[in-house]
Write a protein that binds this ligand. Structure first.
Ligand code: G3H
Ligand code: 13P
Ligand code: ZN
Length: 349
């Protein structure tokens, strides 16, 4: 199956009332882990690469690995997505490579650190939509700013500093025509999200619900959605790691989000922890080993287990065969003739 439009994947998820995990990749083993989990659970998938990942693996290597995944798994719809594009140029280069979806994260300036103004965010996101849609490519925008810093990307601070304002979310969606909208509700990227199990004072599910009521036709995206399970932290620490005690986003909160318009859930940290724990275990308990396959195989298996679990919890499991992929050219036609209405139908103001 050729790579599929993320818009189609999310529209189908909305129809079916489930969420789709978007898993970050940097290398072959992570792609194989995701595809193994997708096959095992019969799930459609979103594979995403950050700017750092594209640089680490090199664009051509990464993209051709994804094409191999599509060729080897014709029954699985796969959308290939640019995570946290920092500029029009980053998104344009992903589209020209063949990505079927891009995130223009205009919530931060191009440096990926400084919060941008609302108007700057609207302008750059609209520019990306105007370039992407005639080419059949999906666009995710972000309004509000997440906490934390990952690989130099992020404004730092806690997730509570720039929570999304529902009025701004409505205006942003109307002015840009994005297909999907990432919102800030208190989460942060990375392992250190919360100092205890989060409640409504730090994880603002009420804001998410309000935004969904106002924008029922815009697919919502939850970033920073790793659950950072204690058992994965423990394995890392048992074999010489030094993670401080921390809490992620409980799966039941994500499921509440899915019942309220969340269609894309970004997960990276849980997979990083699973792989690192598995690698540490081999190197710690069998210090005589030095063949990378001896630790990369358990690492890949550990990640596959996490991804398969999330696919089941998010509800995408079992849905890979529900629909036929629409070609990217047909999707472009849909944007042009208005049948893929990108302007949300705004409910109660
Ligand atoms: O947005 C954060 C993702 O976990 C990707 O992280 O920029 O370190 O590749 P990265
Ligand atoms: P986590 O760090 O919680 O896995 O979030 C990943 C993410 O949002 C990627 O865009
Ligand atoms: Zn993110």
């Amino acid at each position: 199956m050729p790579l599929v439009s993320m818009r189609q994947l999310l529209d189908e998820a909305a129809k079916g009332g489930y969420g789709v995990g978007a898993f970050n990749v940097n290398d072959m083993e992570q792609i194989q882990a995701i595809m193994g989990a997708a096959k095992e659970t019969n799930s459609p998938v979103i594979i995403q690469a950050s700017r750092g990942a594209r640089q680490f693996a090199q664009d051509k290597y990464l993209f051709h690995l994804i094409l191999a995944a599509a060729e080897l798994n014709p029954e699985i719809p796969i959308a290939m997505h640019q995570d946290h594009g920092n500029s029009f140029e980053t998104c344009k280069s992903a589209i020209e490579l063949g990505y079927t979806s891009v995130m223009m994260d205009g919530s931060l300036k191009e440096d990926g650190k400084t919060p941008a103004s609302f108007d700057e965010n609207v302008a750059v996101t609209k520019k990306v939509v105007d370039f992407a849609h005639p080419r059949g490519v999906t666009v995710e925008g972000e309004i509000g700013v997440l906490g934390g810093v990952e690989d130099g990307h992020g404004a730092g601070g806690s997730g509570l500093e720039h929570i999304t304002d529902p009025d701004q979310a409505v205006e942003f969606a109307e002015r840009t025509g994005v297909d999907a909208l990432a919102i800030a509700i208190g989460t942060s990227h990375g392992a250190y999200k919360f100092t205890k199990k989060p409640d409504g004072s730090v994880l603002k599910m009420d804001v998410l619900i309000k935004i969904h009521q106002r924008l029922p036709n815009t697919h919502l995206v939850m970033h920073g959605s790793s659950s950072v399970p204690k058992d994965l932290q423990d394995i890392v620490n048992e074999y010489g790691g030094k993670l401080k005690e921390t809490w992620g986003v409980p799966v039941e909160e994500i499921q509440l989000g899915i019942r309220n318009g969340v269609r894309k859930i970004n997960v990276d940290t849980d997979n990083r922890l699973a792989m690192t724990g598995a690698i540490r275990k081999v190197l710690w308990t069998q210090p005589e080993k030095f063949d990378p396959r001896d630790y990369m195989k358990p690492a890949r298996e550990a990640m596959q287990k996490v991804v398969a679990t999330r696919m089941t919890q998010f509800g995408q499991a079992g849905h890979a065969g529900d629909y036929k992929p629409v070609t990217i050219a047909e999707i472009a036609k849909g944007y042009a003739d208005g049948s893929l209405t990108t302007k949300p139908l705004v409910a109660a103001r």
